[in-house]
Ligand binder design. Structure first.
Ligand SMILES: [Zn+2]
Length: 679
C-alpha cells in the first residue's frame, strides 16, 4: 500500500501529508513505525560496544522518530478534526502505544546501559544540555522503580494497581453523587436573576426528563450560573450544600476512606522509591523542587494577600448587609461578588467585541511578535492542511531564515473538542549539522463570522489567543539539540510562563493601539474601556488568591507533610486544620472539599495545585521586567528568547529564569498587578 505516512514526508521542510491521508493509513503506519522503533531500541541494547552517551542516551532520544510524528498527526487530528472511525482507531492503537512505552520502561538491558553511562557521569565531558538529558533518561527509569529488587518491584506494581483502581473509584463516586442530585423548580419566580440562556438550558434539562419547569444540576454549566445570579438565597444554600456534600454522605459513594487510602498508598510508594513523601517525589521534577519551597512560597503569598482579602471580604459583607444579610455565607459569595462587580464596573462585554475583529487580533499578535522577536509571519497557501478553515503560515526571522511552520485553526465545528490548545506536528532538534525546524499549531473555538458580521472576539477570547500564541512561540523558537528537551518539554510549573506572559500585552495601551480598532469605524479602543477591563480583571483578587492558596495548601497537607498518613483519622478534621489560615466564610459542617477534589485524587494534579499561583507569580514577575525596560524592548525580549524560549528543558527552570531575570521570581509584581499591596 502506498501509505503517505510512511513515505519520505520526514524531510525537514516537508509538512504533514493531510490531504492524502485516509483513515485506513493509520493502523498500518502505527504498526510499522512501532516495529521500527523497537528495532532501534534493540540496536541500542544489542550493541557490543560499551555504553556511551552517544550510543545509548543520544540514540535513545532520537529513537522512535517516525512513530512520534505519526502519533502527533493522529492524536492532533483526534482532537481537532475527529470522527467515529478515528476514535475507534484511537481506542485500538492506544494500548499498542502504552505497551510499547512500558516495554521500554521495563527493559532491564536498556536500563543497565543507561545506568552505566549515568554512573560514570562525573568522568564524562558533557555539555549542560547533555547532562540534563542523561539525568532525564536515567530518572525516567529510576522513578519507575528500575533500581528496586524483584520484591520491591512487585510491591510497586501492586501499589500502582491499587492506586489506579482507587482513583477510578474516586471519580466514579464523584460522578455518581454529582448525577444523583437535581433541583427541580416549577415556580419561575424562584429563578429570578438567572440569565435567559441559563434558564433555557434548565428548561431543556427538565424537558429531557419529561418534567415541567426547570432542572438545575451539580454540573458546572448548570451550577455556576445558578450560584452567581439566582436571587433566592435559600435555594442557593440548598444547592451549595448539595454540591459540597458530594461523596461525603456516608453512603455507598462516599470517598472518605478512599482519600485516606490514596494518601497512605502514595506515601508508601514514595518511601519505596526513596522519597520522604509523595510531594517530594512529584516536585523533584518541578521548578519548585521541594514541598518546603512550595510551602514557603504559599505562606509568603498568603501573608501578603490576606490583608487585602480581608478588606475585600469586609466590602462584600457591607454590600450584602444592604440586602439584610447578617452573616455572609459560602452560597452568597459568587452572587454578591457578581452584583458588586456589576455595580462598580458595569463592563459590557458586547461593547468591547467590535474592537477585536479576529483578523485584526491575529495581525496584532504577529506585529507584537515582530516588534519583540523580529519574527515574520507569511500566509502560505501551499502548505497542506486537514481542514479548509486552517490558516497556514511560514515563519522567518530577520535574516530570512526559516523558523517554523505555523497552523492556526480558530472556529468550532463538529469533530473538534472544546477549549483552546497549542500542539506540534513536528518537534525541533539538531543532528548531523542540521537544525530541523518545528511545525506548530494552535487550535481554538472562537466566535464564528456570520453572513453580515466578521468574527468579533470577546476580550476573553483575545487573551486566549495571546495565551496559545505564547505557547506557540515556545515551540517555534525552540533551539535545542535533543527532541525530548525541545520547546514546551519543560516542567509543569514552568510551561505556562510564555503563554501567561504574552497575555499581559492585551492590557497595555501601547500594544492595543496596534490592533484594537473598531471594525467599522477604525476608531481605536477607548482607554477608559481598557482601564475598566484591567480593574475588573483584578476585582476581588485577594479573595480569589486566598481560595487558590487554600486548595494548594490542602493538596500539600495531604501529600507533603512527613507525619505518617496512618495517623490521620478524619478527612474533615484534617482538612479543616489545613484550611485554618485561608478561610473567610464560616465552615459548613456537612460539606467537605477533599472528597470531591478530583484534581488531586482522580486526575494527575496531586502535589501540583500550587502551580496555578506559581505560574501567575512567574508571569507577573517576568512582565515587570518588560515594564521596567519597555514592553517592546528588543534587548529584554532577546534575553527571554536566549534564556527561556529557545532553551526548552535543557536546564533547570530556576536557572534559566534567573539568567533571564537576574534574580529569583517573587510575588511583589503579582501583588502590584492585582492591586493587593497593603499600604
Ligand atoms: Zn496554557
Amino acid at each position: 500500500m502506498n501509505n503517505p505516512l510512511l513515505q519520505k514526508f520526514n524531510t525537514p521542510h516537508t509538512t504533514s501529508p493531510f490531504s492524502q491521508l485516509k483513515n485506513e493509513h493509520f493502523k498500518p503506519a502505527f504498526q510499522e513505525s512501532i516495529a521500527k522503533a523497537k528495532a532501534e531500541i534493540d540496536q541500542i541494547t544489542k550493541n557490543v560496544e560499551a555504553p556511551t552517551f552517544e550510543n545509548t542516551i543520544e540514540a535513545l532520544d532520537f529513537s522512535g522518530y517516525t512513530l512520534d510524528r505519526i502519533s502527533s498527526i493522529f492524536f492532533n487530528l483526534n482532537s481537532a478534526e475527529t470522527n467515529d472511525e478515528i476514535q475507534k482507531i484511537a481506542q485500538e492503537v492506544s494500548p499498542w502505544l502504552s505497551d510499547f512505552s512500558n516495554d521500554i520502561r521495563l527493559n532491564e538491558q536498556l536500563f543497565k546501559r543507561v545506568k552505566t553511562v549515568y554512573d560514570s557521569r562525573e568522568e564524562l565531558v558533557l555539555s549542560t544540555e547533555q547532562k540534563t538529558l542523561l539525568d532525564k533518561k536515567y530518572k525516567g527509569f529510576a522513578r519507575n522503580g528500575a533500581n528496586l529488587n524483584e520484591n520491591a518491584k512487585n510491591k510497586l506494581r501492586e501499589l500502582d494497581k491499587k492506586l489506579s483502581k482507587l482513583s477510578l473509584q474516586f471519580g466514579e463516586n464523584l460522578l455518581a453523587e454529582t448525577n444523583a442530585y437535581e433541583l427541580h423548580i416549577t415556580d419561575e419566580h424562584q429563578l429570578k436573576g438567572l440569565p435567559e440562556g441559563a434558564k433555557e438550558a434548565a428548561q431543556l434539562l427538565a424537558k429531557q426528563q419529561d418534567k415541567d419547569g426547570w432542572v438545575i444540576t451539580l454540573d458546572y454549566p448548570s451550577y455556576v450560573p445558578f450560584m452567581t445570579y439566582t436571587e433566592n438565597r435559600s435555594l442557593r444554600e440548598t444547592l451549595a450544600k448539595a454540591f459540597g456534600a458530594r461523596a461525603f454522605q456516608n453512603n455507598e459513594h462516599d470517598n472518605q476512606l478512599i482519600v485516606l487510602d490514596i494518601v497512605k498508598l502514595r506515601y508508601e510508594r514514595a518511601n519505596l522509591l526513596g522519597y520522604k513523601t509523595h510531594a517530594h517525589f512529584v516536585l523533584e521534577e518541578r521548578m519548585a523542587e521541594t514541598p518546603e519551597k512550595v510551602l514557603s512560597f504559599s505562606n509568603e503569598l498568603l501573608a501578603k494577600a490576606k490583608p487585602a482579602a480581608e478588606r475585600e471580604f469586609k466590602q462584600l459583607v457591607k454590600f450584602a448587609k444592604k440586602d439584610g444579610i447578617d452573616q455572609l455565607e459560602k452560597w452568597d459569595g459568587a452572587y454578591y461578588s457578581e452584583k458588586l462587580k456589576k455595580k462598580l464596573f458595569d463592563l459590557d462585554q458586547e461593547a468591547l467585541k467590535p474592537y477585536f475583529k479576529l483578523e485584526n487580533v491575529i495581525e496584532g499578535v504577529f506585529t507584537i511578535a515582530n516588534k519583540l522577536f523580529d519574527l515574520q509571519f507569511k500566509a502560505v497557501t501551499t502548505i497542506d492542511k486537514y481542514h479548509e478553515e486552517v490558516l497556514t503560515y511560514e515563519v522567518t526571522n530577520s535574516n530570512g531564515d526559516f523558523i517554523s511552520v505555523f497552523y492556526a485553526d480558530f472556529f468550532p465545528r463538529k469533530g473538534k473538542r472544546n477549549g483552546a490548545w497549542m500542539t506540534s506536528y513536528k518537534s525541533q532538534w539538531q543532528k548531523d549539522g542540521e537544525n530541523s525546524r518545528p511545525h506548530i499549531s494552535i487550535v481554538c473555538n472562537f466566535t464564528k463570522p456570520t453572513e453580515t458580521k466578521p468574527s468579533l472576539l470577546t476580550f476573553n477570547e483575545v487573551t486566549t489567543l495571546f495565551h496559545e500564541f505564547g505557547h506557540a512561540l515556545h515551540g517555534m523558537l525552540a533551539n535545542t539539540t535533543y527532541p525530548s528537551l525541545s520547546g514546551t518539554s519543560v516542567y509543569w510549573d514552568f510551561v505556562e510562563l510564555p503563554s501567561q506572559l504574552l497575555e499581559n500585552w492585551c492590557y497595555e495601551k501601547e500594544a492595543l493601539d496596534l490592533f484594537a480598532r473598531h471594525y467599522e469605524t477604525n476608531e481605536p479602543i477607548p482607554m477608559d474601556l481598557v482601564e475598566k477591563i484591567k480593574d475588573s480583571a483584578s476585582f476581588l483578587e485577594g479573595i480569589q488568591t486566598l481560595r487558590q492558596l487554600s486548595f494548594g495548601l490542602l493538596d500539600m497537607s495531604w501529600h507533603g507533610t512527613s507525619e505518617s498518613p496512618e495517623t490521620i483519622k478524619s478527612v474533615k478534621e484534617y482538612e479543616t486544620k489545613s484550611f485554618a489560615e485561608t478561610q473567610l466564610y464560616p465552615d459548613v459542617a456537612e460539606n467537605c472539599m477533599s472528597t470531591s477534589f478530583a484534581h488531586i485524587f482522580q486526575g494527575g494534579y496531586s502535589s501540583g495545585y500550587y502551580s496555578y499561583k506559581w505560574a501567575e507569580v512567574l508571569d507577573a514577575d517576568a512582565f515587570e521586567y518588560f515594564k521596567e525596560t519597555g514592553i517592546f524592548n528588543k534587548k529584554t525580549a532577546k534575553e527571554f528568547v536566549d534564556n527561556v524560549l529557545s532553551q526548552g528543558g535543557t536546564e533547570k527552570p530556576m536557572t534559566l529564569y534567573k539568567r533571564f531575570r537576574g534574580k529569583e521570581p517573587n510575588a511583589d509584581a503579582l501583588l502590584k498587578r492585582a492591586g493587593l499591596f497593603t499600604k
